[in-house]
Design a protein around this ligand. Structure first.
Ligand SMILES: [Zn+2]
Length: 94
């Protein structure tokens, strides 16, 4: 997990996400030389994978490698879930 430099505002946001029980609070933060880590207690590997998948989907990244996806699906207008390389790889299997 990448540690992000946090400001007071970041901490406020994290706290309000925590109050809501939102996954957005999850992260690693650096504040005045302290590291604050928010993660789910007893999270299963499956949940972690799903979380990563959702985060990448939201950011328009390839779900396999995290590279930014630039191409859109002409049918739906939405970004592809996979980068060019992984799309080719998976298409070949069909
Ligand atoms: Zn990829």
């Amino acid at each position: 997990m990448e540690t992000k430099k946090a400001t007071k505002d970041t901490l406020k946001k994290v706290l309000s996400s925590l109050e809501k029980g939102s996954d957005e609070a999850i992260g690693s933060y650096l504040y005045k030389g302290f590291r604050l880590q928010v993660s789910k207690y007893k999270q299963s590997g499956c949940e972690r994978v799903l979380q990563l998948y959702n985060r990448r989907r939201k950011n328009g990244q390839c779900i396999a490698c995290g590279v930014k996806v630039k191409r859109k699906n002409p049918l739906t207008g939405a970004l592809y879930r996979l980068c060019d390389m992984h799309r080719k790889k998976i298409d070949k299997k069909r």
